[in-house]
Design a protein around this ligand. Structure first.
Ligand SMILES: NC(=O)c1ccc[n+]([C@@H]2O[C@H](COP(=O)([O-])OP(=O)(O)OC[C@H]3O[C@@H](n4cnc5c(N)ncnc54)[C@H](O)[C@@H]3O)[C@@H](O)[C@H]2O)c1
Length: 260
């Protein structure tokens, strides 16, 4: 049990990759605080975890609400005495080139993809420092390591997540707080639903993925969860400030025209 007795918080864990991350953490012994904008989604994840014999609790959380993020972290600390793992997974994708994106859309991308992670990292840092260490994992995207046509807000915010992660890692390494970024590629979750619709349906999306990804297929949330487990456990005890790409080789091919 790699994460025995550890207290973990995962945002956006009511679906997709966040759910798989919460599940693998609990399967490895962590008590997982499963949070999501959708309380029903969070509750479903917890139900599945409990069915597998794991320990978890569900809480509604909109990461765009900085006060709520701060309060949740402080409540969890009070109830459990510590926070060992924080996985900031929530993110949104606003598509469009420079002239197609409104200021409001750009601000919203920034608020959810970057500022919310900043708020959560800032709130958890003193808790982890006082307890002698901890692990933070910030979800970015492989779209944070290359450019992509028509994806200005997403590319800008996801690359900012990677840079912010590296800088926090540098500043907090001496406190035994490791901070890494997770960079998934095309993973088969509801996250890709708007793009599927834009393309005209699932077969068109599968065609895009088959062409873009050298491995020729979507990744599964469970495959990304293995990378999450590595980064939040002691298996990666000497790794900090790293952006781990999990994308079936897409970034090797340059990534232009892809959108996860
Ligand atoms: N699926 C992919 O192909 C892919 C690729 C690269 C990066 N990502 C990143 O992974 C994250 C989510 O992807 P997923 O595939 O797990 O998506 P998903 O659609 O399966 O789940 C997203 C979850 O986020 C929650 N959510 C949305 N807004 C929120 C908010 N403001 N506060 C809290 N929760 C909120 C939703 O309720 C939902 O449960 C994003 O950060 C995204 O950029 C996904």
């Amino acid at each position: 049990m790699m994460l025995k007795e550890r207290i973990a918080i995962v945002t956006a864990a009511g679906s997709g990759i966040g759910r798989a991350a919460a599940q693998i953490m609990s399967a490895n012994g962590a008590h997982v605080v499963v949070t999501d904008l959708s309380p029903a989604g969070a509750a479903e994840t917890v139900e599945e975890i409990r069915r597998q014999g794991g320990k978890a609790e569900a809480l509604g959380l909109n990461v765009a609400d900085g006060d709520a993020v701060n309060k949740l972290l402080s409540d969890v600390r009070q109830r459990h005495g510590r926070i060992d793992i924080l996985h900031n997974h929530a993110g949104i994708q606003v598509a469009g080139e420079l002239e197609q994106i409104t200021t409001e859309q750009f601000d919203r991308s920034w608020a959810i993809n970057v500022r919310a992670q900043f708020e959560a990292c800032r709130a958890v840092a003193p808790i982890m420092r006082e307890q002698g260490g901890g692990v933070i994992l910030n979800t970015a995207s492989n779209a944070g390591v290359f450019l992509d046509k028509g994806m200005l807000a997403y590319i800008t915010t996801k690359s900012a997540v990677i840079t912010m992660t590296k800088q926090i890692a540098l500043d907090y390494a001496r406190h035994n707080i490791r901070v890494n970024a997770l960079c998934p590629g095309w993973i088969d979750t509801p996250f890709n639903a708007p793009y599927t619709q834009q393309l005209g349906g699932r077969p068109a999306l599968e065609n895009v993925v088959a062409n873009m990804v050298p491995m020729g297929r979507f990744g599964r949330p469970e495959e990304v969860a293995e990378a999450v487990l590595f980064l939040v456990s002691d298996r990666s005890s000497f790794i900090t400030g790293h952006a781990l790409v999990v994308d079936g080789g897409e970034c090797l091919a340059g990534g232009v025209n892809s959108t996860p």
